[in-house]
Write a protein that binds this ligand. Structure first.
Ligand SMILES: Cc1ncc(C[n+]2csc(CCOP(=O)(O)OP(=O)(O)O)c2C)c(N)n1
Ligand SMILES: [Mg+2]
Length: 332
């Protein structure tokens, strides 16, 4: 979106409003999906991003349309932030022709290069080397494009992360590595799988800047992302940003979450980043309570409108089976 910041580097009121719109839409979309799945209205698999909305708001306003993003199976909020149309997201999740990949990819594999969402992957850590390639291409093509890659805490234990971080730093690529540390990898607490207190400290091994931030505070996310994007765009190389956050609904929707201490979940939900940001915007005079309600209603309306089209769209036909699988070669 690239709305200019104020002179102090803080987001303008227009940026703050936009961030709240993105967060609200991501929250409403999550709620609608969970309702649809649990009532049997439609069938899909879903790895909920509810609770992590401040991060996608930062991506949404700090990246321009020409910048690129790589995300994961837990990518609904990121896809919304990057501007993938709701019809394409929901269409793909529900396996319909109107989906971003014609309904053939499903929830884990949503891509929309037209808006810069290059890949969502189900292979933990695998998006980071792909982002290195995209950043290398951005430089080779002499663009000022920045590539952001979003991944979890668990992904930073993979070889892919370390190999990619090494190359990104060695080649000083225009990247931001966004770790959404939600405290768990599947059912395993992060603290059981690494001996560092802060994932951002891993950046030091590659001599790149690393920062741990409150990933539930959109203004903190904005400050950190906008500085990293400006640095990357100006040729200053990559940054690792650890956004500390929480996932409210476990690994997948339907996860009983028996491994999560109830008081931990309760405390996280009490600090829900979406209503917290709404309160702050009202307090700061950026929005009125009525405007907050309007934005929430508008988000829900956008989702219902998209769903009408999605549910009217058929699944892919059989002759789609090998389309987009092999490269089309001239003369064949
Ligand atoms: C290479 C690979 N190893 C294991 C898995 C199984 N798996 C799926 S999600 C996941 C946890 C990843 O945790 P994290 O990176 O913290 O992301 P989060 O799900 O919390 O967003 C694992 C181990 C996988 N999909 N890919
Ligand atoms: Mg995690």
């Amino acid at each position: 979106m690239n709305i200019p910041a104020t002179e102090s580097g803080a987001p303008t009121e227009a940026v703050q409003r936009r961030m709240f719109e993105i967060m609200t839409l991501a929250k409403a979309c999550d709620e609608r999906l969970r309702k649809g799945i649990s009532t049997g209205e439609f069938l899909t698999v879903y790895w909920p991003s509810r609770g992590q909305e401040a991060i996608c708001a930062g991506l949404g306003v700090c990246l321009g349309r020409h910048d690129r993003l790589v995300t994961t199976y837990r990518g609904l909020h990121d896809q919304i932030g990057k501007g993938v149309p709701l019809i394409e997201i929901l269409g793909e999740m529900l396996g319909r022709q109107v989906g971003a990949c014609g309904g053939k990819g499903g929830t884990m594999h949503i891509a929309d290069p037209g808006v810069g969402l290059m890949l969502s992957t189900g292979i933990v850590g695998a998006g980071i080397p792909v982002a290195v390639g995209l950043a290398l291409a951005a430089r080779a093509q002499k663009t000022d494009r920045v590539v952001a890659v979003s991944f979890g805490d668990g992904a930073t234990n993979t070889g892919s992360f370390h190999e990619a971080a090494n190359l990104a730093a060695t080649w000083q690529l225009p990247m931001i590595l966004v770790c959404q540390n939600n405290g768990y990898a599947e059912m395993t607490p992060t603290v059981d799988t690494m001996h560092v207190e802060h994932i951002a400290d891993r950046a030091a091994a590659y001599n790149m800047p690393g920062e741990t931030i409150d990933g539930n505070d959109p203004l903190e996310v904005y400050r950190s992302f906008s500085a990293a994007v400006s640095r990357a765009r100006a040729g200053g190389g990559p940054t690792l940003i650890e956004c500390v956050t929480y996932r409210f609904f476990g690994h997948f929707f339907g996860d009983q979450m028996a491994y999560i201490p109830p008081e931990e979940l309760e405390a996280a939900k009490a600090a829900d980043p979406v209503p917290r940001f709404a309160d702050r915007l009202v307090e700061d005079g950026v929005l009125t309570r009525e405007q907050v309600t309007e934005i929430e209603e508008d988000g829900r309306r956008q989702i219902e409108d998209a769903l009408v089209e999605v549910l009217a769209s058929p699944p892919p036909t059989l002759d789609e089976l090998d389309r987009d699988v092999y490269a089309a070669t001239k003369g064949r």
